[in-house]
Design a protein around this ligand. Structure first.
Ligand SMILES: C[S@@+](CC[C@H](N)C(=O)[O-])C[C@H]1O[C@@H](n2cnc3c(N)ncnc32)[C@H](O)[C@@H]1O
Length: 239
């Protein structure tokens, strides 16, 4: 209500739209989310994807290396944003082994800019737009990755989108791949803010079992400053 009033007043004063306004217009959720990210990247590309640029960039990088990511590994950074983690992965991995996918064209543009500024072109990263959100892996469907990471992505996705992501991820994983992803824990699934969702761990256990994946809680090894939890999925039902 308050946001609608603010939107109206903003319009009357001919102010440019604030990013949050897109959620109150007639867009489906992922379209609004993409527009919101684009607008925020235009304002501040490092803050747009959650801030704590150095801390959380290094956190995800060090965690994957501690869990077997080698320069020869291939990595899909799903929802790579403006490369908070990506810039570390690109520098570390062999040329051609990093793929970042995102909904937001502005985030990917900034990512390309960063790759140039940081002298990382020789690593030939692929930065790919997901322009078919209903088919989450369509843009990379021909590839198989040793690691898939979704840092602070499912934290923003409602359960139908998350289900589809978990249903399809096996299609881009090698036989021994691990899919690491973070989420915010809640007693039950709920939308907390405009683009923030919480899940019980049981939701992921149920989905993993439906899709023949094994699941491990790695949160104790992942000291995320805001308490995001970390799960690992592998192909097969485990031991
Ligand atoms: C909070 S940011 C995190 C970015 C990055 N993983 C990091 O840790 O810095 C979430 C990103 O996921 C992207 N995203 C969300 N849903 C997506 C989807 N279904 N397909 C591709 N990208 C998505 C958003 O556009 C946004 O850039």
């Amino acid at each position: 209500m308050l946001a609608n009033v603010k939107h109206l007043v903003g319009k009357l004063l001919r102010k440019p739209a604030a990013p949050a306004d897109v959620f109150y217009r007639d867009h489906d959720y992922l379209t609004a989310y993409r527009m919101h990210t684009d607008l925020r990247v235009a304002r501040d590309p490092r803050a747009a994807i959650g801030g704590r640029w150095h801390e959380i960039g290094l956190l995800q990088f060090r965690f994957l290396v501690a869990n077997g990511l080698a320069p020869t590994s291939t990595l899909l950074d799903y929802g790579c944003g403006t490369l908070r983690g990506g810039r570390h992965f690109i520098g570390y991995l062999d040329a051609g082994n990093y793929t970042g996918v995102d909904l937001s064209p502005r985030a990917l543009e900034f990512g390309q800019h960063l790759v140039a500024v940081e002298g990382l072109q020789r690593k030939r990263p692929s930065l790919v737009r997901n322009d078919t959100p209903e088919q989450p892996f369509a843009s990379v469907a021909k590839h198989r990755f040793d690691f898939v990471l979704a840092q602070s992505v499912i934290t923003h996705l409602h359960e139908d989108i998350t289900r589809k992501l978990l249903a399809d991820v096996a299609g881009v994983m090698t036989d021994t791949a691990i899919f690491f992803f973070t989420y915010n824990e809640g007693a039950r699934y709920a939308r907390r803010r405009r683009k923030s969702y919480v899940y019980p761990c049981g939701f992921f256990a149920e989905q993993a079992s439906l899709f023949g994946l094994s699941i491990t809680d790695r949160s104790r090894d992942y000291p995320h400053p805001d308490g995001q939890r970390m799960l690992a999925l592998r192909l097969g039902r485990g031991a």
